[in-house]
Design a protein around this ligand. Structure first.
Ligand SMILES: O=P(O)(O)OC[C@H]1O[C@](O)(COP(=O)(O)O)[C@@H](O)[C@@H]1O
Ligand SMILES: [Mg+2]
Ligand SMILES: [Mg+2]
Length: 332
């Protein structure tokens, strides 16, 4: 069968053998994420027709006003994973602490934990700009059959067994890696099936797009200011084009296809920037490296960072390898 025609379900089965310790559990887990993605996609598409726009009225542990769609997406992903008893723990950007899940079947204890950003790009929900969901999967490190602990979630990103995102945009796509390259699947809404549309995605080695919230320019470290000036200078293949959607998933996706760099630096207002290491930076860094790109905090490889807190933030520089290296030079 021509690879391009394969569905996500077929692709998962075909690639199961490449998973370390493959017992089918990781395949079931990715299948469950696929299902939850379709459920949330259905709700996102109705935004404006049903009551899911605007704030939900609560504040999450990040100190952000939760949007109704943040809450709905969070519930749908957690519910879908819980009901299928295929993970032993879940951590979410929208939950204060991690959720421990014990399988009702003594003989079958799960070995994976999932970390999710259920709705990425929340500030774009009400204005019909593309948003996403981000997921990251680890093999637990505490003994199977015992309750999960914080330790199981505070693993360096290089321990991830899988990571991906769903983008709810002009089309809905699921893009993921299990450590064997990055593949993108597009949802055919007529039949509710994801098809392999973007096999073996690769970041171009360099590009002409830089993505950063320039509204924060005066608060950025000098190195970042200098790199932005470098991007804007009339010289060689520059100036680059500034593109910033304000949804990490969408900016990353565009830059992976066209070549570019996304930056959310630290600033005098936010000493570690805004993005969460566990829910946003680690999964996107794993995808970037699997697609020949690069991700750092301006100095250190994101995937080598040892997390210390569930909701910690880190500065984030991610995209085409040569562009991230250039930005790091300026940061030095
Ligand atoms: O509005 P800002 O400060 O530029 O932040 C935009 C960034 O914040 C985020 O929205 C953070 O993610 P959440 O929406 O999941 O909180 C990123 O998707 C995006 O890149
Ligand atoms: Mg996010
Ligand atoms: Mg979010």
């Amino acid at each position: 069968m021509d690879k391009k025609n394969s569905t996500l379900g077929e692709f998962i089965i075909e690639n199961q053998a490449s998973f370390q310790y493959s017992s089918g559990e990781l395949s079931k887990l990715i299948n469950a994420l696929r299902l939850a993605a379709k459920v949330v996609n259905h709700e996102v598409n109705k935004a404006g027709l049903i009551d899911i726009l605007g704030a939900a009225g609560d504040t999450n542990i990040q100190g952000e006003d939760q949007q109704k769609l943040d809450v709905l997406a969070n519930e749908k992903f957690i519910q879908t994973l819980k009901n299928r008893e295929i993970v032993c723990g879940i951590a979410s950007e929208e939950e204060d602490s991690f959720i421990s899940i014990n399988s009702s079947d003594e003989r079958h204890q799960n070995k994976y934990v999932v970390l999710i950003d259920p709705l990425d790009g929340s500030s774009n929900i009400d204005v019909n700009v593309s948003v996403g969901t981000i997921f990251s999967i680890y093999r637990r490190i505490t003994p199977v059959g015992t309750p999960v602990t914080l330790e199981d979630f505070l693993q360096p990103g290089k321990n991830q067994v899988a990571a991906g995102y769903i983008i709810y945009g002009t089309s809905t796509m699921l893009v993921y890696t299990t450590g064997h390259g990055v593949n993108g699947f597009t949802l055919n809404p007529a039949i509710g099936t994801f098809y392999l549309s973007h096999p073996d995605m690769q970041f171009p080695e360099t590009g002409k797009i830089y993505s950063v919230n320039e509204g924060n320019y005066i608060h950025f470290p000098q190195g970042v200011k200098d790199y932005i000036k470098y991007c804007q200078k009339e010289e060689g293949d520059r100036p680059y084009t500034s593109r910033y959607i304000g949804s990490l998933v969408s900016d990353f996706h565009r830059n992976m296809i066209k070549g570019g760099i996304y930056m959310y630096p630290k600033s005098s207002m936010a000493s570690n920037g805004k993005l969460r290491l566990l829910y946003e930076c680690n999964p996107m860094a794993f995808l970037a490296e699997q697609a020949n790109g690069k991700a750092s905090d301006g100095h250190q490889r994101i995937l080598d960072i040892q997390p210390t807190e569930l909701h910690e933030r880190v500065p984030f520089f991610c995209g085409s390898r040569k562009m991230v290296e250039k930005a790091e030079e300026f940061m030095k």
